[in-house]
Design a protein around this ligand. Structure first.
Ligand code: CTP
Length: 424
């Protein structure tokens, strides 16, 4: 339908980006579910047509009224969103107008037609993402491969289109790693050199300081980090980011050294053991462990720059003091009730962050608290005390605390023990 609408207007429509890459990589015997489809329109020759993408999306919405239309920017792109069934999730179709200078030539000139889509594709990140399939006739179905994308798909290489790619957009460093690990591709040698050069030149820090678009850059970096850290292949991607020293983009002092790698592995054990239902955002906990590896004075700023939620920023801000308190108080604790008194003031994320950074004896106590002590309840609760004739108030609360402490320390094992404990 989209190509019919484009054809009717004398425009060309192309399927571009990830969908083309994934179609070419897909096993022909398997069904490929695309949830994100990018299309580009070009081939028009009136300046009024620069809003072609939006016009096409609106025309499509008339045909598919169930789709939601979103227009971004005045002319640039429009998206149609279908909420499909819960299994298939949703389908996004982005329709953009070819990003090129407007040219005053007739669309019939094939060289000019090609150059417009070519320029659009040339602005993209990697050769494997700069392929297009023409959807309109003549030559519908033709693959446009101006930059050797097909060769790189076959030889499994992530290659940029030009030397400045990472300087123009440092988040592409993270995208390169993401695609390499996800697809099992190699970073092409020269591309890896460009990455290292961009990182060595401090591009990221400079982009943040000098650039009025710094918040947008941080938002995109966070999105890439989230994408990577929640993917099944996150460990491999993090390892490659570490090898490239790309964690510098978070803070110039951040390195994936052996200690941090060990902490990341400990975190996984903690998350598996203490949060099997995934009530915490595991990708965010991974990011917090990276940030917690920085000197305490840098942590809140990096967390804020990455627009982490307030509770996460606060946790990282407090972590230093909380760690010091635990390190100082826990070694002196002998009884489970004392350990519980120290640790129960902290939420699970804080305890996990402290545990992964602590020496083994402290870590063991936190582990013991989380696996055992935190789940112990006295045999009598508040309602039982009321039934026994005690009145709620400050003393009542103290009684419950004492009951819990005695239960934790093994002095109370059952209800009868608890009642005689109260009688004393
Ligand atoms: N793109 C880019 N530079 C970026 C982000 C995106 O050049 N920093 C281009 C790429 O050509 C990409 C297209 O925009 O193919 C769409 O971006 P996105 O949806 O993020 O990537 P996909 O390739 O569709 O990847 P995925 O399958 O992971 O969604």
């Amino acid at each position: 339908k989209a190509s019919e609408q484009a054809q009717k207007r004398g425009w060309h429509l192309y399927l571009v980006g990830g969908a083309v890459r994934d179609l070419l990589l897909a096993d022909p015997d398997e069904t490929l579910l695309l949830s994100d489809i990018d299309m580009v329109v070009d081939g028009f020759h009136r300046s009024a047509d620069v809003g072609a993408g939006v016009e096409l999306a609106k025309a499509l919405q008339n045909t598919y009224p169930e789709a939601r239309l979103e227009v971004h920017g005045q002319f640039q792109t429009a998206a149609l969103l279908w909420h499909l069934d819960p299994v298939l999730d949703s389908l996004w179709v982005d329709i953009a107008t070819a990003r090129t200078e407007f040219y005053p030539y007739p669309a019939a000139n094939p060289e000019v037609e090609a150059s417009s889509i070519r320029q659009d594709l040339y602005r993209r990140d990697f050769t494997i993402n700069a392929l297009a399939v023409r959807l309109t006739s003549p030559r519908a179905g033709e693959l446009l491969d101006f930059f050797g994308g097909l060769r790189d798909l076959r030889s499994r290489q992530i290659r940029v289109l030009h030397a400045n790619s990472f300087i123009e957009d440092p988040t592409r460093i993270y995208r390169a790693v993401r695609f390499a690990v996800r697809l099992g591709f190699q970073l092409e040698t020269q591309t890896e050199r460009y990455i290292r050069y961009a990182l060595d030149s401090g591009i990221y820090e400079r982009s943040l300081i000098q650039n009025s678009k710094a918040p947008a850059l941080q938002t995109r970096l966070k999105a890439e980090l989230k994408y990577i850290l929640q993917a099944p292949y996150w460990k491999g991607a993090l390892k490659l980011l570490g090898d490239l020293e790309a964690l510098k983009c978070l803070h110039s002092t951040l390195e994936l050294d052996d200690q941090l790698w060990k902490q990341v592995r400990l975190l996984e054990r903690c998350l598996r053991r203490f949060d099997p239902e995934k009530t915490l955002d595991h990708w965010q906990m991974r990011l917090e462990v990276l940030i917690a590896h920085l000197a305490p004075e840098y942590r809140p700023k990096v967390a804020k720059n990455l627009q982490l939620p307030d509770d996460s920023i606060k946790r990282l801000q407090q972590l230093d003091l909380d760690q010091a308190n635990v390190a100082e108080s826990l070694p002196a604790c002998i009884h489970p009730s004392e350990i519980t008194r120290v640790l129960k003031q902290y939420g699970l994320p804080t305890l996990i962050l402290i545990a992964v950074q602590s020496q083994r004896p402290i870590r063991r106590l936190i582990w013991k608290y989380l696996t055992q002590y935190a789940h112990i309840q006295p045999p009598l609760n508040g309602n039982d005390l009321k039934a026994l004739g005690y009145k709620p108030g400050r003393e009542f609360k103290q009684m419950l605390d004492h009951l819990l402490a005695a239960t934790l320390d093994g002095e109370i094992r059952d209800r009868a023990d608890a009642e005689s404990f109260l009688a004393k």
